[in-house]
Design a protein around this ligand. Sequence first.
Ligand code: KIV
Ligand code: ZN
Length: 536
Amino acid sequence: MVERTYDDNTVIIFDTTLRDGEQSPGATLSSAEKLEIARQLSRLGVDVIEAGFPAASPDDLRAVQRIASEVGTADGPKIAGLARAVESDIRTAWQGVKAAAKPRIHTFLGTSPSHLAMLRINKEEGLNRIRSAVTLAKSLCDDVEFSPMDAGRTDTEYLVQACAAAVECGATTLNIPDTVGYVMPAEWADTLEMLINETPGAGPGSGVIWSVHCHNDLGLATANTLAGLTRGVRQVEVTVNGIGERAGNTSLEEVVMAIHTRKSFYNLRTNIDSAQIMKTSRMVRNYMGMPVQPNKAIVGANAFAHESGIHQDGVLKNALTFEIMQPEDIGLSQSKLVLGKLSGRHALRVRLRELGYEVDGDELMDVFRRFKELADRKKTVTDADLEALVADEAAHKPEDHFRLIDIQVVCGTMGMPTATVKLANQDGDESIVSAVGTGPVDASYRAIDKIVQAPNELLEFNMHAVTEGIDALGEVTVRISPEGSNRTFGGYGADSDVVVSSVKAYVAALNRMISSGSFGESAAKRAVATVGIASS
Ligand code: KIV
Ligand code: ZN
């Protein structure tokens, strides 16, 4: 367990992966996955977890409640719930977070001309809405955060009035969002400094914490966030892998590693255990089915890879020649699992626990069976392999609408690629269907489509090897969109057979799409009814 300590130089890490990050196209998570990610965020050492937007749906509320009661312990992070400046939202947010030892209500109102126009209110009415919202939130919860949404395009005089109104009514954190990723680092730093010095009741020594929340539309989210830290901001709102609406939010790992690596420049600290970064990144990538670009700073596959001869030579002689951080700093170890195929479940469980996974019961049996199969085929089973197996097990549950039972493909340069797929539905009824396609994956997806009958478009398909070597596990993430909708759903699969990983990823995405109900009830019923009677 991370020990969180605070002084004037501590930067509070407010993680919004489960709220703003989950608003990324296709990043839908089940509540079990949200809980797992929240547990990992706690191990990572974030100070605040924004667990969701409880008023968005009963499912969101339940997920926030579970995180509040199971992760929001006295020695754990604060748990925040987002609420518009609307009475029902604020009351629902309180229902979401109140079981946490350290709950927070985060309420917001758009303050830029276009946001006020959208709300059909003038500036004075905006201030009144802020006062009522913060007063209500404060009557329920001691810890209240207020955000003037689209602050980046709000005139500074009105921003000061909005922040002053919020503080007067009890807000203890003022978060300044660049909602559309519009601002430039130098001007943003000036705006934040001006706000800190000129907002009545919120200046240095007032106890109010100033926060920034940036979006990455111009690729400046990290730069804008760091610019704020040089002028007195002490909370940053970030997401793992920088996921979020459109081009995403500020990336947690980039800000944290900038603070840690350039200690002499910032003279600041965080409570983050940076050795947990890579694991958290992989977990978010796998559960959300959202690949990380290879050249992504800190957590991209190439972030520590050296290709040119000169670089390789330099790094071999002294890693610091071309590296400003060590791979171990972010938990990117080359450690090989010393368990062999004769190792028992207990040893596996201990290793998984060391890696931060609590795996028990049937789940442990499943991971163990797959570990044995892998150890039979692969010389060394790495921690990354184990993490992929755990992620794959988490992505495919017995209660899913459809489960892959078997798959067989025939492909090559002769004849037509053909796949035969056996799926089971929630009741255990099985269907076997064959289809031909342009390749083994296409044929498999066509066979699955015949069973599931949930028309969709495949928007993205990504495959990569977990480790180097011909015997590596292959990971696949896919993104699909139901016909006639612009919602998207991601899926993940890992197996040493890449066709199997591809099929698992597609089935996981279809399960998400069906659970969301977003491809039409009649199609969902047809899909379920088809199972058991589909012809081959
Ligand atoms: O981007 C934004 O303005 C937000 C607020 C709700 C803080 O996400
Ligand atoms: Zn945002």
